[in-house]
Design a protein. Structure first.
Length: 431
């Protein structure tokens, strides 16, 4: 079995390698192809990946390539973890927001839009290559941000290529809630005994249920969470908000609920998050390039993406081995949420087995949440159209629809800045 990783030069890749090494008995991988357009990074990260695999007895072969079609050829799974423009483009997204008095973030607001405009055509091209040369029914597993928006584009413009969007926030939240519960009962709880229930868009979800051995213990979880907030000198959320909703918001919702606080934080840059990550990556690449090492360093966790290897390999394993496990992923809900447009891509619990990704029935979110979600979904759909067609009017309307976008009389100025800043990666807008 062949798995291809597009963006194999990412500093995340060694964690993914560890995930595959831990599952060799259940997931019979024979070929892992790492593809990247940056040959220098590919040589450093890919060389380290090869040493990792050799140190464990070489249970599968690691092949390095800069040829995307060859990487996809015959692959049963293609994982995308790329960044168009690399880290300098992320930094540009952040400061683009800052100089216009907007949220500067890689997935949220104007920065997230800029990244989506660069990324969607590239991901759709990967889907076309999979259609041409991939194994029949090969699954595209997208980790590239903004994951939900990219999956929306795949659902609309590559519907014949099975695809799913994945994020590590749900599993991180689940593990944090488990830690709280374990402290309460002073007992270790195996993660597979618990399931988190969440609904929304990627980086715009509300967690609203938690089961242990099939029993719903959300009232207990929410009370413990409220107790933590009340005891904290600097709580993440206003207590009244959580008491009213009886939900736990995805932490990215702080950009919407506490915009002024986030804008104030931006005034203290540098370093922005991209600049901090650039510094971390320099150390990681130096470590990876040392032939003496074959185990990932502890500093890898500073890069972000906790449980990334767990999310990735569990999903592929559940699909390949027809396990019927529940995973929180991004996919079209196809009517699983009554009253919501069936073609919307949502982040929600789904059953994963050999036949694919099946959304599980879910009650709609309360109106206090749905209003924001619908507004952001409108922005997502307009951004997809803008990215695919190079449509400047759709891009303008996307910023008009976005709750974190500029005021109407500033939209054209911001949009012109976005397109000029990333001109090299937005050829569809400069025909």
């Amino acid at each position: 079995m062949k798995v291809a990783v597009i963006g194999g030069g990412s500093t995340y890749t060694p964690e993914l390698i560890n995930g595959f090494l831990a599952r060799t008995k259940d997931f019979p991988l024979t070929e892992l192809w790492l593809m990247d357009i940056d040959p220098q990074r590919l040589e450093i990260v890919g060389g380290f990946a090869q040493r990792m695999v050799r140190a464990k007895g070489a249970p599968f072969k690691v092949t390095l390539t800069t040829d995307q079609r060859e990487a996809a050829r015959g692959a049963s799974y293609v994982c995308t973890q790329l960044r168009v423009g690399q880290m300098p483009a992320r930094r540009a997204d952040e400061y683009l927001g800052q100089r216009h008095g907007l949220i500067g973030q890689e997935t949220t607001g104007v920065g997230g839009m800029a990244k989506a405009l660069r990324t969607i055509p590239v991901i759709l091209n990967i889907a076309r290559d999979m259609r041409d040369v991939g194994a029949p029914g090969a699954l595209l597993v997208n980790f590239t941000n903004p994951a939900g928006l990219v999956t929306e584009a795949l659902a609309r413009y590559a519907p014949d290529v099975p695809a799913v969007g994945v994020c590590n926030v749900p599993i991180t939240t689940k593990m944090h809630l488990l830690e709280t519960l374990e402290k309460e009962i002073d007992q270790r709880i195996a993660p597979e005994r618990a399931e988190l229930k969440t609904l929304g868009l990627n980086h715009l979800t509300w967690h609203r249920g938690f089961t242990l051995d099939g029993e719903d213990i959300w009232p207990r979880i929410i009370e413990a969470y409220l107790a933590q907030l009340k005891a904290s000198p600097d709580p993440d959320w206003d207590v009244r908000t959580i008491e009213t909703l009886r939900l736990i918001p995805n932490y990215y919702l702080q950009y919407y609920y506490y915009t002024d606080r986030k804008l104030e934080h931006q005034q203290h840059w540098p370093p922005s998050r991209a600049e901090a990550v650039q510094s971390i990556e320099e150390g990681l690449l130096k470590y990876y390039g040392d032939p003496a090492y074959s185990e990932p360093p502890a500093d890898l966790m500073k890069r972000g993406g906790a449980y990334y290897s767990t999310v990735a390999t569990q999903l592929l394993n559940a699909h390949y081995n027809d396990l019927g496990e529940t995973h929180i992923v991004n996919t079209r809900h196809a009517g699983a949420v009554p009253g919501w447009p069936a073609d919307w891509v949502l982040e929600m619990p789904c059953r994963v087995n050999r036949s694919g990704i099946q959304p599980l029935p879910a009650d709609p979110l309360p109106l206090a949440c749905f209003g924001l979600l619908a507004q952001v979904k409108s922005y997502e759909q307009l951004t997809v159209e803008a990215a695919v067609h190079g449509d400047r009017d759709a891009a303008y309307q996307a910023l008009l629809a976005h709750p974190l976008g500029p005021k109407a009389d500033r939209i054209q100025v911001v949009l012109d800045d976005v397109l000029e800043t990333h001109r090299a990666h937005l050829p569809q807008f400069w025909k």
